[in-house]
Design a protein around this ligand. Structure first.
Ligand SMILES: [Fe+2]
Ligand SMILES: [Fe+2]
Length: 267
């Protein structure tokens, strides 16, 4: 089910909750930044495109959008991308060089005259705000590019800081701290399995660079919005990921056992 709520004045969240057996519930968030040139951060899931468009339309006329910040091209981020571009000739996509390249292999390539390329550290002026691209310390796709919005001070962190939770409230502040830490570590080991192999000092420096941003709020694609005061807690949890247990999914024997418990298979 896809719903929407306001994270802070001028920033709406469009969220879908995915319930993953044995792992927990995962928020899948897109964000609308209202302003002189409205921005949509990611575009929901491929499977839920129609519902996403319906909820999006309840918070903004899609024809008023001027920009999509595409953090990366995974199926939980590009759901309504082509639909929105087709319907609105004034809409342009901010992404990385690799984002354009990967989308070029899809059935809906990004038109080259409608993209704006950014690399980490570069800024884009979008109407009455300036967005500065940030490379999060964990990610599942090399395209991944988050950003800091100078108008609100919010860090949009893409998959980084996601958490598998018992339930998904509207703010991360409502999550039990132990559940949040465990859910964040679990997600980081699933989404960024290479995190176990990083140089711990280098990873620590990357986390320090994140702390230095001092955002007013953290808006992750896979966590309810978190007040900026929670940044240290979120980063401290991420610091536990390299030494955590590696995630290994159910194998085929486990799948057959699950299916046998769920359905009556005709003889
Ligand atoms: Fe992803
Ligand atoms: Fe994602």
């Amino acid at each position: 089910m896809t719903t929407c709520f306001t994270a802070t004045p001028g920033v709406d969240v469009i969220t879908t909750t995915a319930d993953i057996p044995a792992l927990g519930s995962l928020a899948i968030n897109a964000f609308v930044l209202h302003g002189s040139e409205p921005i949509l951060v990611d575009t929901g899931t491929v499977a839920g495109g129609a519902e996403f468009m319906s909820v999006l339309t309840s918070v903004i006329d899609p024809g008023e959008l001027r920009w999509i910040w595409l953090t990366h091209s995974d199926f939980d981020h590009i759901g309504s991308l082509a639909t929105l571009l087709d319907a609105n000739p004034n809409l342009r996509v901010i992404t990385s060089f690799l984002g354009v390249g990967i989308m070029g292999l899809s059935s809906t390539p990004l038109p080259m005259d409608r993209v704006h390329l950014v690399n980490a550290g570069q800024s884009v002026t979008v109407g009455d705000r300036r967005l500065t691209a940030v490379k999060p310390p964990v990610y599942d796709n090399p395209i991944t590019t988050g950003f800091v919005d100078d108008r609100t001070g919010i860090l949009f962190s893409s998959d980084c800081f996601g958490a598998l939770l018992p339930a998904v409230p509207q703010t991360a502040a409502e999550v039990d701290p132990d559940e949040l830490r465990a859910g964040q570590v679990r997600w980081a080991t699933i989404d960024s399995p290479w995190v176990h192999d990083v140089d711990r000092d280098a990873f620590g420096h990357a986390l320090d660079r994140l702390r230095a941003i001092e955002p007013t709020m953290v808006c992750s694609s896979h966590l309810p919005p978190a007040p900026g005061a929670m940044l240290d807690v979120l980063v401290d949890s991420l610091a536990l990921a390299p030494a955590a247990d590696r995630f290994v999914g159910p194998d085929h024997a486990a799948l057959e056992a699950m299916l046998a418990g769920m359905v009556d298979v005709p003889a």
